[in-house]
Design a protein around this ligand. Structure first.
Ligand code: ZN
Length: 273
């Protein structure tokens, strides 16, 4: 008899995106066949968060994270908290996010003014702060998106240490920055970039991360791992990502499965529900 496949979770997927509309049942079936037993669909605004929750209500392996993405803050309500608090009460909501700061393509780099940049960054900080507050009140952790904004993101999260933990998703920073994330009780998660030929720095971070301080994710439909690179990504590909991580860490898939699932259960509320 062959032993059962070690199970893995996709802790960051955008299952509500139109890329999955035409073949969702097949996507789900392939994930389950690959041993991806739980998937967390991440909201990027209120409509997307509600869609993630609808999927979670319909399919038992799916859970939802509700929140507002930093790149979309110009469309956000002035005060996101009332509606977010309401959504956060749902038993299949496992965290708040994705939230954080993203300075990668500021309005100034796209024909806007310096004042536009200041306003955009200020709105990002406000919407991030509101989500941290709701997370703290609700006893939830946060899924953190940061790009070209590491110092500011960490500084804003720091005062919440002890109340709210973050998972710095799609982690691609230095080992020194990894230590700074871990020092405030937060975690990281790794995507398919770990399989890319030019992903050597990520593999170094993976090797340096303590076994109980990281999780696995796809960020699908983006960032498909090798050998699917460039195609639509889907939760089943957590398999390839996990295999590369296990190779990099020189551990077995079983050990990796055990550690990453335990970490996810401790981080996300009700994921075992
Ligand atoms: Zn995402």
């Amino acid at each position: 008899m062959t032993s059962p496949k070690p199970l893995f979770f996709d802790t960051h997927a955008h299952l509500d995106y139109p890329e999955f509309a035409s073949d969702f049942p097949e996507v789900l079936a392939r994930a389950q066949a690959a041993g991806i037993s739980k998937m967390i669909s991440i909201g990027t605004n209120l409509a997307s968060s509600r869609r993630a929750l609808e999927l979670a209500e319909k399919f038992s392996p799916i859970f939802a994270v509700v929140g507002w993405h930093p790149s979309d803050v110009l469309e956000a309500p002035l005060d996101l908290r009332p509606e977010l608090r309401e959504l956060a009460r749902h038993p299949k909501v496992v965290a708040i996010g994705e939230t954080g700061l993203d300075y990668y393509r500021l309005p100034g780099s796209r024909g806007g003014s310096t004042a536009d940049d200041v306003h955009y960054k200020q709105r990002q900080a406000e919407i991030f702060q509101q989500q941290l507050e709701v997370a703290a009140e609700s006893g939830l952790n946060c899924v953190i998106h940061q790009r070209a904004s590491f110092e500011d993101t960490l500084a804003q999260l720091k005062p919440f240490a002890g109340k709210v933990r973050g998972v710095f998703h799609c982690f691609g920073e230095s080992i020194e920055r990894l230590q700074q994330v871990l020092a405030i009780g937060s975690l990281v998660s790794y995507t398919g970039i770990v399989t890319f030929k030019n992903g050597q720095n990520i593999r170094e971070a993976v090797a340096a991360t303590p076994m109980n301080k990281f999780m696995v994710e796809t960020d699908c439909p983006y960032l498909a791992p090798v050998p699917h690179r460039g195609k639509r990504c889907e939760p089943a590909f957590v398999r390839e990502i996990s295999e590369t991580i296990a190779q990099t860490r020189k551990c077995s898939l079983e050990e990796l499965s055990m550690a990453t699932c335990q970490t996810a259960y401790a981080f996300f509320r009700n994921l075992d529900g």
